[in-house]
Design a protein around this ligand. Sequence first.
Ligand code: R5P
Length: 280
Amino acid sequence: MPNLFLSLFQSPLLPATQPLTYRLFPDGESYIRFETPLNNQEVIFVDSLNQPNEKIIPLIMAADAARQEGAQRIGLIAPYLAYMRQDKKFHPGEAITSKTMARLISQSFDWMITIDPHLHRYKALSDIYTIPALALSAAPILGDWIRQHVTNPLLVGPDSESAQWVSEAAQHAQAPFIILEKTRHGDHDVDITIPNFPEIDQYTPVLVDDIISTGQTMIQAAAHFSVSPYCVGVHGVFSGSAYDNMKQANFAEIITCNTIPHPTNQIDIWPLIASALAPQ
Ligand code: R5P
């Protein structure tokens, strides 16, 4: 079955000209048209789910239309998968939106590949996704980047959740790591405490996290170091003025993977995705 890769939101991986028209009508409704036959093809949408609210409805509609046009299987490559942090009711009455998102995607696509989804209280995507859903880890390539670019690094995870990817990245960086403690009081309000580590000032700190959203986690963590830390994130969401705020902090450099296009992208995840797609 031939593969046809499509992007509604212009993935930099795919040709700028796509056999697909996607635009909004003046009233904000989606217009989707496939400019090529889809009969008997495996149609693979390649779109990160940052700004998820504006992307998910068009993607679901496109998947539904692709099936009506004769596509045999429909996959989703979403290097950044949104809504994974809403994985429990933190307060009575709250929506566990990760489950709703999982249901919507599982109903519309036959399979999915993503990178470092925020698995905290869920052990695997299969806890909530009912389709084959592959979570690739960028930790090895983060670690390799750090080994090649940073002298005498000490990897720093800003909170307990980060231990899973920081420990793996540290192995590849051939460097030690520490995990800080974070208390979140609100969307833009976090407190961070740092454990004792002998001769910490002899190292170049490298903060490593899965998501940079408001940037406050990274900014508050950086404030604990006298040596300017590197800031390395898998997914640079950079909400609102996050990037401007981070540029005012004392980072040696801010680096992200290209799961979401941004000037800080220095680590290429597409070879990782290509190898997951290659026939075994
Ligand atoms: C939280 O659980 C994630 O791993 C990140 O630490 C968090 O999303 C970062 O958010 P912000 O940049 O808004 O502090």
